[in-house]
Design a protein around this ligand. Structure first.
Ligand code: HEC
Length: 280
């Protein structure tokens, strides 16, 4: 009987309209608590170094990385991305025509909340929207062409500081809140949340990998990973993380993936873009 009551209560809460979100969500307070947590827990990691993910946590790994980065494995994708970016569509327009500042040095402003669609738009989604507006088929969201384009755009933004806005719009706050909830919700056969690994255990080894801290965790994307034998986008990384806990991954660029990227990017405000990255 009691169980039925609490289930009804839970369902009631889940069904509560997002209109309530604006009254309870406080991104500014979340931001401060999140930043304080990481800077207190890792007092020896310079703030701007968190964007180097696993390398900010592990000196040995960092040494290897410095060697790898002399001949970066993402160079091929970078060159390809630049060439694609500069090549006009058959109608004469270019990717640059779809973006502010012709698409150069703008990665730090993505994702953004789009008041027209009421959804969070990531750079990857904006690129496919650009293709479709110019009569082209959308790219696969996980690798290859999309990874090359986003690698190039990240590269032109290296060192620029994340500047994610959450406008005073109930829908934007609701998207932020959904992203935050997704991040802290346990799932998969192993029953881990994103936070179990990236907030509770950064620096710990899991198999051959060192867990990156959640602070700045989106700054290096897209990344080259030896284990993938190539580049991967944000979607590819999140799908891999979901699979690691034997959970069911979402579709690439699913609304919830975009929301969680929105949440994590807002938490990274003020930190520099470091992508594209290279990982062992
Ligand atoms: C079982 C532990 C685990 C869980 C749970 C997990 N991840 Fe990961 N994640 C990893 C590992 C391992 C890597 C690769 C090493 C690293 O960079 O941390 C990684 C890498 C990442 C990266 C790239 C970081 C970089 O600089 O290379 C992002 C972004 C990320 N995870 C986000 C998430 C999100 C969002 C979730 C929840 C949907 C999640 N992770 C859940 C283990 C996990």
């Amino acid at each position: 009987m009691r169980r039925a009551v609490s289930l009804a209560l839970a369902l009631f809460c889940l069904a509560a309209p997002p209109a309530s979100a604006a009254d309870t969500v406080n991104p500014k307070a979340d931001f401060k608590a999140f930043r304080d947590y990481f800077t207190k827990r890792f007092p020896n990691v310079p703030l701007n170094d968190f964007v180097n993910g696993p390398y900010s946590m592990d000196a040995e790994l960092r040494k290897q990385w410095v060697e790898i980065d002399a001949f970066p494995p993402y160079q091929f994708a970078l060159d390809k991305g630049k060439q694609m970016f500069d090549t006009p569509f058959p109608n004469g327009k270019t990717y640059g025509d779809c973006f502010p500042n012709k698409g150069i040095g703008i990665r730090q402003n993505y994702p953004f909340f789009d008041a027209k669609s009421g959804e969070v738009i990531t750079l990857d989604v904006a690129l496919n929207q650009c293709r479709q507006a110019n009569g082209e088929e959308p790219f696969d969201y996980t690798k290859d062409d999309m990874a090359a384009l986003t690698a190039y755009m990240a590269y032109t933004s290296r060192g620029k500081l994340f500047d994610i806005k959450i406008p005073n719009d109930r829908r934007a706050l609701a998207a932020y809140q959904k992203g935050e909830e997704y991040f802290y919700t346990r799932r998969g056969q192993l029953n881990f949340s994103c936070a179990s690994c990236h907030v509770q255990s950064p620096g710990d080894h899991i198999r051959t990998e060192v867990l990156a801290p959640a602070l700045g965790i989106v700054a290096a994307l897209p990344i080259y990973r030896s284990e993938w034998g190539g580049m991967g986008t944000t979607s590819r990384r999140l799908i891999t993380c979901n699979s690691q806990v034997r959970g069911v991954p979402l579709k690439p660029e699913d609304e919830l993936y975009r929301d969680v990227e929105y949440y994590l990017s807002y938490m990274s405000n003020g930190l520099p873009i470091s992508g594209p990255g290279a990982r062992p």
